[in-house]
Design a protein around this ligand. Structure first.
Ligand code: HH2
Length: 267
């Protein structure tokens, strides 16, 4: 029984909710990346623009200045798969040229009219994530009739659009986007719906690590760094639902939990 791949999170944003800017300096980001590699991460996800609720947008120039030196530095001593968390096609293109191979787009290649064609021409893996609205306003009373069905329909439609633009189906990863325009109940319904999403023929990526709704489930509200146990509970639910990739801040702990779970399921 193989466990899902673990994608370790490296934030280069001054206002990222969980790291509080500790990794803004590239030197620190590089140290953090190296630590996640040593802990056994399969993929590193580098993000220079925070997508937390209420976050302000970042310019293309700033994203590039933050990302490119880090990708180049990681590439000097590691062959780890690098993912870049961006909604801008020019940033994705420059990142792939520097050595990244995965484009993680929280707008499912919908932010820019050039995104679909750029992804196809780059030949990279693409993460298509569902988000309701935009980060600034997405948590303002989001509503759905059937959140799991609506998110799945959206993701399958974006996957089809990507394929029509020339992206190979085995390079498309789907992500329900926990916390992106969803209440706690919506997030729980999406987790419960993972087996169905994972049966649609595409790899599924799940990102629950340290998210706010975990603190809503276990009062009193805990700080992001104290949400590991809840994050692991969701990672395991994802693994049992057939998720292929888990996005996580705490790489060593996540791998340990997933390895033990995989060993149990193999018996
Ligand atoms: N969550 C965040 C950012 N990027 N990408 C994908 N594919 N799935 C996710 O669930 C996801 C994501 C969370 O936002 P942010 O505020 O940037 O925090 P952090 O990067 O520390 O998780």
């Amino acid at each position: 029984m193989r466990r899902p791949l673990v994608m370790g999170i490296v934030n280069l944003t001054p206002d990222s909710f969980s790291d509080g800017g500790r990794f803004l300096v590239p030197r620190r980001a590089l140290d953090h990346a190296r630590r996640l590699i040593a802990e056994g991460a399969d993929i590193l996800d580098l993000g220079a623009e925070s997508t937390r609720p209420g976050a302000a947008p970042v310019s293309q120039q700033t994203e590039l200045e933050r990302l490119l030196p880090l990708i180049e530095a990681i590439r000097q001593d590691s062959a780890i798969a690098i993912s870049v968390d961006t909604m801008k096609p020019a940033v994705a293109q420059a990142a792939m040229a520097a050595g990244a191979t995965i484009w993680n787009d929280v707008t499912a290649l919908g932010h820019d009219p050039l995104s679909l064609a750029t992804a196809a021409s780059l030949g990279c893996n693409v993460v298509l994530m569902h988000m309701r609205g935009e980060p600034r306003t997405m948590q303002d009373d989001p509503r759905y009739d059937d959140v799991a069905a609506e998110v799945e329909a959206y993701l399958l439609q974006r996957a089809l659009a990507a394929q029509q633009a020339g992206v190979a189906p085995d390079r498309i990863w789907l992500d329900p986007g926990l916390g992106f325009g969803k209440t706690t109940d919506h997030n729980l319904a999406l987790i419960a719906g993972l087996p169905r999403l994972a049966s649609r023929g595409y790899r599924v990526l799940l990102g629950a690590s340290r998210k706010r709704f975990i603190a809503a489930l276990y009062p009193p509200a805990v700080e992001p760094a104290d949400r590991l146990a809840g994050s692991l509970a969701i990672a395991l639910a994802g693994a049992r639902a057939g998720v292929a990739v888990v996005r996580a801040h705490d790489v060593a702990a996540t791998i340990q939990a997933l390895d033990v779970d995989a060993a149990i399921r193999q018996v």
